[in-house]
Ligand binder design. Sequence first.
Ligand SMILES: [Zn+2]
Length: 171
Amino acid sequence: MTLSVHSVVGAGLSVLARANPLTAFVMGLFSHFVLDAIPHWDYPLKSGSGGRSAPMYEDMVIGRDFVFDLLKIIADALLGITLVMFVFKPEFRSLADILTSGIFWGVVGGMLPDFLQFLYFKIKKEPLIAFQHFHTWIHEKEKKLNDRNIIGPALQIALIIFCIYLVPLSL
Ligand SMILES: [Zn+2]
């Protein structure tokens, strides 16, 4: 799923559970794999060695396409962080506030697996290999909605809206 969804869900869970940083991180991480196991859409990344039809589980080729992919990924991550800041309004006045915040660690846990995937592409050493096998296995279990360019993103937006409304209501 998109980093936006992963970050909002990771932050939302940490808020719901009033989690400390470690618990929030673990919950974020766990939620990443649960979300990836749900049939979903992913935006295309052209630098993936497998191309659009076979998602890039092996490498991302650094080049012109990669620059555009990177911009997409950064925009996605920033959108997620912005939504988290607006919806959950964490009080970050200092670096210490950020580093001791469950919301921050929920977002980190939620996004981390996709960054580890990139590290695997470039390093291909344990424990990244084992991690990549697990991540791929989770993804393979769901039937992708990658060719559903309306319903796919719509479902993710719905999921974000669901979290934005449900989490504050549950507090
Ligand atoms: Zn993932």
